[in-house]
Design a protein around this ligand. Sequence first.
Ligand SMILES: *Cc1c(COP(=O)(O)O)cnc(C)c1O
Length: 433
Amino acid sequence: MLLYSTNNKDNIVDLKTAVLDAFPKDKGLYMPCEIPVLKNNFFNSLSELSFCELSFAVCSKLFKGFIPEKNLEKIIYTSFDFDIPLVELDDNLSILELYHGPTLAFKDFGARFMANLMSFFLSNSNQKRTILVATSGDTGGAVAAGFYNTENINVIILYPSEKVSEMQEKQLTTWGSNIKAIEVLGSFDDCQSLVKEAFLDQDLSSCFQFSSANSINIARLISQSLYYFEAIKKTKNTINDISITIPSGNFGNLTAGLLAREMGLNIKQFIAANNSNNSFTNYIQTGEFLPKPSIQTISNAMDVGNPSNFPRIMNLYGSTWNIIKDIVKAHSISEQETTKYIQEYYTQHKYILDPHTAVGIAATMKNRNNYTNIVLATAHPAKFKETVETLINIDIEIPSELLKLLSKDKRSIRMSNNYEQFKELLMFDTCST
Ligand SMILES: *Cc1c(COP(=O)(O)O)cnc(C)c1O
């Protein structure tokens, strides 16, 4: 698989470079030079394949010649060893639960696959990588879990102090070993800026080989495109066109869905569900993209004012708004609507939505028409226990994986959002040893 930079189509690298380095020096994002369309006999036999089998079929087509099949198979089977239920709420509304991985959010798909793929590429080479990752909540936890104790890889996670839930914070700060957490007195955007500046810093690049585990890393998007095949495989009502709703922040998940559609998967439309951070919704409505500072909401993993995957979506469709707005609808959902749906779904369906999935449901309701609707459930409600329990007045059972974490001690380094301070900390830590 060869990939080009969205800032320069002549800047072409192979899969290994794109995965290990995460992004090109020209500050673009890597995109596949070619997206293969899968054959009819693959789609016809989809229902007979397990998730790992279909993932292997898709990935071996994408990665042909760039990774031996037996290694690819191992990467897939060790990355995806959890369930992906499709829960039918009525004839034309189902929820694809992507939160049964170890950190209870869909980010486990991308993080585990990326960790295994990087680890494969680093084995047999003398190279090391330091992964810098800014998180608004869930990415950091999934990345920490995915990379914990992986050889030749250190992980440094930056998260905004007091803007993640207690559960999320435990998932970031209780690891030790090759995982370090930095608590930034500032916003998620501040964390993302610190990371971006560090990547470009010449002094730092003389002692670190940085990589990114944010959704700018193409490995995450490729693995996330796989569960769209699973969604279609499990959908019974295929008389209507299929519409998939994606609770969105940095828009990696939507980009992954668009890649699956380009590979020939039968998805008529996507609905991008924004919370009050509505730059993308405004783009779909007006054709103009204006990034904004992020606003804090209860669906905090989607509090992103300048979605980093936007250039990829532009590149896929030649920046043509008319094409994009035909395939992707978008809605911005208020906090009131979000809480209303959490309450309504519990009363009517006895189904507990987390705030992100509730944003997805609300957006779907604005656009239901004659579609078979699938909403991606991006996190387990227990991750947002306090918020959800207050709204529906029940005790949410905490899955045992999370319960274990709660008894562990938080270990993080608190820091201002000042870049020089961050740099000093990195230099002190690594360059001196
Ligand atoms: C990260 C995240 C999102 C947003 O996904 P993007 O790929 O950044 O658009 C939505 N919901 C949850 C629970 C998340 O963790």
